[in-house]
Design a protein around this ligand. Sequence first.
Ligand SMILES: Cc1ncc(COP(=O)(O)O)c(C=O)c1O
Length: 403
Amino acid sequence: MTQATKPHWIPAGDDPEQGWEQGGLARQRAWVEVNEQAISTNVRSICSRIGSRSRLMAVVKADGYGHGAVTVAQAAQVGGAHSFGVATLAEGIELRRAGIESPILVLGSLSQAEELRACLRWQLMPTVSGMREALLCQNLASGSGRPMPLQLKLDTGMARLGAPWQEGPRLVAAIQALEAVELAGVYSHLASADLPSGADDGLTAQQQQRFEQVLSGLADQDLEAGCRHLANSAGMLRSRALHYDMVRVGLALYGHRPAAHLGTALSMEPAMQLHARVSLLREVGSGVGVSYGHRFRTSRPSRLAVVSIGYADGVPRQLSNQMEVLFEGQRLPQVGAITMDQLVLDATDAPGLDAGSVVTLLGRDGDQEITPSDWSDRCGTIPWEILCGFKHRLPRLSTGATH
Ligand SMILES: Cc1ncc(COP(=O)(O)O)c(C=O)c1O
């Protein structure tokens, strides 16, 4: 990742005179605040849920679900995370460059010898879905003086990455016969664990059964699987029987439930808040069309507030006329089409709102809260996509530092 594509990571300061680096100017337009303590606390709750027999791999791919991978990894370490999951080589290297020494598993598929060579160099564990990549690792690691750790992924019902589960025991035996690689783990991924048990057509149970069949096949042949893992956030929250030696948790780290019925007993604190500033207020009459296409028309004399954030920052345009923001504990409706860099609020009922006021698009204000699920439910997507959608032009400010 080059410096230019990185979000601006800034310690949160309150003095606008302090300038960009200290967080003052970063709060002028629109910004994301990430509470590191919330991440550490969520990690602690997850660790106490899984108990001492299982470990936590914190999934920090996609720049820590938009929160900033390094910041999240450091906070997760403080909370007791054992290892990290990333999707790409560059994401793994970013953590190593930041001084993270814990095990890192690349969850995505690395097919090129060059990528696997970089894994060896940066001590990142690749995921292999078959012998082709395992043999590439064997060739690369031969003569390096230490075996290269890798993990085998099995497809138990997701039909994405992974070797067919029936081939598990044969592949484990074949990988273990390679002297330059070390089989550090065997894992699979759940496709529907966020659905209630009755609504997933038995898929989660079937995936678990298939995983179990592989493990008992290994035991029959005295083969070691290394670390066995299956559960994502939904699996971790759904049943202890899915925890095995490790759980790979993303969404819950950041304080969100994969589904409303899951994790109701676990305390989770959303780590991200999204704020923006009002740049202009205008008084208009009744019957005035607002923004592109006039998809909203005032029905009374109104005070309209222009807020400096738009879809180029990651606020989905599908939310036009469907979202609210918080100001002093009050909900204000957004009106008209959301544009690239601005959106408009109907602030008629909020006389205290003025140019320069800060509104909360995601997060808590008083007893009101707006969550990524509120957005995703309204625009037909999932909270994961909302969190990953915030663009790099939004500065990330870290609050509640843990280190
Ligand atoms: C292989 C794998 N494991 C774990 C996770 C974490 O999932 P979640 O964010 O639902 O916890 C992901 C995320 O997509 C994944 O791809």
